[in-house]
Design a protein around this ligand. Structure first.
Ligand SMILES: Cc1ncc(COP(=O)(O)O)c(C=O)c1O
Length: 455
């Protein structure tokens, strides 16, 4: 008998006895679903109930669940060469092919790639590489990292320190020194105190102010998600990143684009900064590269960063490594996944269907309980507020996160809620009917939760 054959109650007894979960707390695990199956945009629990996967797993299942092609790609590679070291002196065909493939689809100046097992390792790799770059250029004091409030970059110590969500910090402090946060370019909540500037430029200027405050000679990099995902899906104004690029260039600060969520079609482009017409010095990715079927992440570096890595003397080499870097099986699945995205034109689909998605969500903005609705491609959010006029959130005792999550699950929609923003990022193969259903569930659940907590 395999564990999946056990009754839900027996399995949950085992879970409670032996398993610690991400963001663990028993209060969040009183009625957990045991997920047993997925097909397309639908996931099924051990009680046989079906749900729309409104977050594509954790923003990663681009091609949908149950794709036999990906299982076959993993199986064929495992049967041939499941694993081999990628340390300098060793390589493998799948890692080479994947790096070549990424060079073709990534920003034009990014042509060299390093693989990790996930997003947080990618963040650490980017930060270490930025520091390496400046040391290689004889500027060893450029070590600080600037990021945004409400950013999520993962939870290793360095990634946690770059993350701008304070809830992740207190029980693990002290944070790594040298991390600084500026405001998020949130079109709904950013306070622009200079009416002569657009919101995008004013928000980007916060970066320049922080660089000047810290001293440009001490700042290695600015790291930003093109769309801040886990912080509540914040989509910056169209002029934000051009100004960011300009500021980074002016002060010799590397620009790291964290594309862990926005990569591989999510926003209707292969990568999120394409909407803004600028290129980063380092990009990082994970999640959608394999549609989550196996763990894989990584970074891509610009030609000048690669030159710094290749040009260092052996004693000052890029001494960074993971056992699973360039994992042949993970790279094989990524290659097959990218092939599906291309064959099925899922990037274009996310763009075209994104317009449908946005127009399905927009009417929710007229609900008394909804302060803001936003979407770009197939990523979006509906922000629930206690008071539309003041934009005030409900107090913590209202437990809106748990209530909204439960109300949506009860109606057959799985997703996550961050700071009362209902985050949405369905698989890129989601249908128009499923999008209509998502909107209908939200329209029913949000007022129902508000009635529960009272006005
Ligand atoms: C933008 C971004 N960066 C980094 C990470 C961390 O990735 P992982 O959980 O694979 O470490 C995440 C995870 O959600 C993310 O959304």
């Amino acid at each position: 008998m395999t564990p999946s054959d056990r009754s839900p109650s027996a399995a949950l007894a085992g879970d409670r006895a032996h398993l610690l979960h991400p963001l663990h707390h028993p209060s969040a695990h009183e009625h957990p679903r045991i997920w047993v199956e997925g097909r397309g945009a639908i996931i099924k629990d051990a009680d046989g109930r079906e749900y729309i996967d409104g977050l594509a797993g954790l923003w990663n299942v681009q091609v949908g669940h149950g794709r036999r092609e990906l299982a076959d790609a993993a199986s064929a590679q495992m049967a041939t060469l499941a694993y081999a070291s990628s340390y300098a002196g060793s390589t493998n065909h799948r890692a080479i092919e994947l790096a070549e493939r990424l060079s073709a689809i990534a920003y034009s100046s990014i042509n060299a790639f390093y693989f990790t097992s996930g997003g947080a390792e990618a963040t650490d790799t980017s930060i270490k590489t930025a520091r390496f770059f400046w040391k290689a250029h004889g500027r060893p004091d450029k070590v600080k990292v600037i990021s945004r409030r409400r950013a999520y970059h993962g939870l290793t110590l360095a990634a946690m320190s770059a993350t701008g969500l304070p809830a992740f910090w207190p029980m693990f402090e002290p944070r790594v020194p040298g991390f600084v946060h500026i405001d998020a370019p949130d079109p709904y909540r950013f306070t622009n105190s200079d009416p002569s500037l657009s919101l995008g430029v004013a928000a980007a200027n916060e970066l320049e102010a922080a660089i000047l405050r810290e001293g440009a000679d001490t700042v290695a990099a600015f790291i930003a998600e093109p769309v801040q995902g886990a912080g509540g899906v914040i989509i910056p104004p169209p002029d934000y990143f051009a100004r960011i690029r300009e500021i980074c260039d002016r002060h010799d600060v590397l620009f790291i684009s964290d594309e862990v969520i926005t990569g591989f079609g999510r926003t209707g482009r292969w990568f999120g900064l394409e909407h803004y017409g600028v290129e980063p010095d380092i990009m990082q990715f994970a999640k959608g590269i394999t549609s989550g079927y196996v763990p894989l992440g990584g970074i891509g570096v610009s030609d000048r960063v690669r030159e710094a890595i290749n040009g260092a003397p052996p004693g000052r080499r890029w001494m960074h490594a993971y056992t699973y870097s360039g994992h042949p099986t993970c790279c094989a699945v990524a290659l097959r996944n990218l092939q599906i995205i291309e064959d099925e034109r899922l990037v274009e689909r996310a763009d075209v269907l994104g317009a449908y998605f946005r127009s399905a969500l927009e009417p929710l903005g007229s609900l008394d309980e909804v302060g803001h609705v936003r979407a770009q491609g197939l990523i979006g959010a509906v922000e629930v507020v206690a008071d539309k006029a003041t934009k005030a959130l409900h107090p913590p005792e209202a437990q809106m996160t748990q209530r909204l999550t439960d109300a949506l699950l009860d109606r057959g929609l799985y997703t996550r809620v961050a700071m009362d923003c209902i985050c949405l990022a369905p698989p890129l193969i989601v249908s128009e009917e499923q999008i209509d259903r998502i909107a209908a569930i939200l329209a029913d659940a949000i007022p129902a939760v508000r009635r529960e907590v009272g006005r």
